[in-house]
Ligand binder design. Structure first.
Ligand code: TMP
Length: 208
């Protein structure tokens, strides 16, 4: 078992089940005797959680994609400084429900041609990639039904609709194809246990 810190992220469209799977991997890694920091974006630190509320609540036209990129990056910088970097430096396994790949896809690809802006700002302000990223791949119609069914008051992105979710899905698959060493694409249209078992195998292969 590797004892150094690690940074693992979960990505996918809204309602894909990635949050449940991030929680399950955190439980498994803890059971293996490692210290785990379970976190999420947008948010994950007190300052970033304040920015989260600005982003996920309210009307879909509240922010342009450009303004969103700045807000998500501001939240990410705080999360990185206060939670991710200190956790990895202390030898912990930091597991985040979303990270920079979400900005690449949600703001960089699905709402316009802003990927270069996202990449430039990432290089300037974040400059960190996960060691391992799971994309939980799901049919957008099924995922949308699950996401909205939660009725959490945090549905701003889900309300962009099914066409948007289809572009997001393709965006995550394209990113994974660009960087196969970091990504594992997991078929999310199976039982929670089957998905968790496959993720556990990948975890063992990479860090066991
Ligand atoms: P969540 O539902 O996974 O908590 O994420 C909240 C919403 O924020 C979700 O619809 C995806 C969106 N999002 C972005 O658009 N860009 C980002 O960089 C991140 C982290 C999330």
């Amino acid at each position: 078992m590797v004892t150094g810190g690690a940074f693992v992220t979960f990505e996918g469209i809204d309602g894909s089940g990635k949050s449940t799977q991030a929680r399950r991997l955190a439980g498994l890694v803890r059971a293996q005797g490692r210290e785990v920091v379970q976190t999420r974006e947008p948010g994950g630190s007190p300052g970033a959680e304040e920015i989260r509320r600005l982003l996920v609540e309210g009307a879909t036209d509240r922010w342009s994609a450009e303004t969103e990129i700045l807000l998500f990056t501001a939240a990410r910088r705080d999360h990185l400084e206060k939670v991710i970097r200190p956790g990895v430096a202390a030898g912990k396994v930091v597991i985040s429900d979303r990270f920079a790949d979400s900005t690449r896809v949600y703001q960089g690809a699905a709402r316009g041609e802003l990927r270069q802006v996202v990449d430039n700002l990432h290089a300037l302000m974040i400059g960190t990639e996960p060691d391992l990223t799971f994309v939980i791949d799901m049919d957008p119609e099924a995922a949308l039904a699950r996401g909205l069914a939660r009725n959490s008051g945090e549905d701003r992105f889900e309300e962009f609709g099914a066409g948007f979710q289809t572009r997001l899905r393709q965006g995550f698959l394209d990113l994974a194809a660009e960087q196969p060493a970091r990504f594992r694409v997991i078929d999310g249209a199976r039982s929670e246990d089957a998905v968790a078992a496959e993720i556990a195998e990948h975890w063992q292969a990479a860090f066991g």
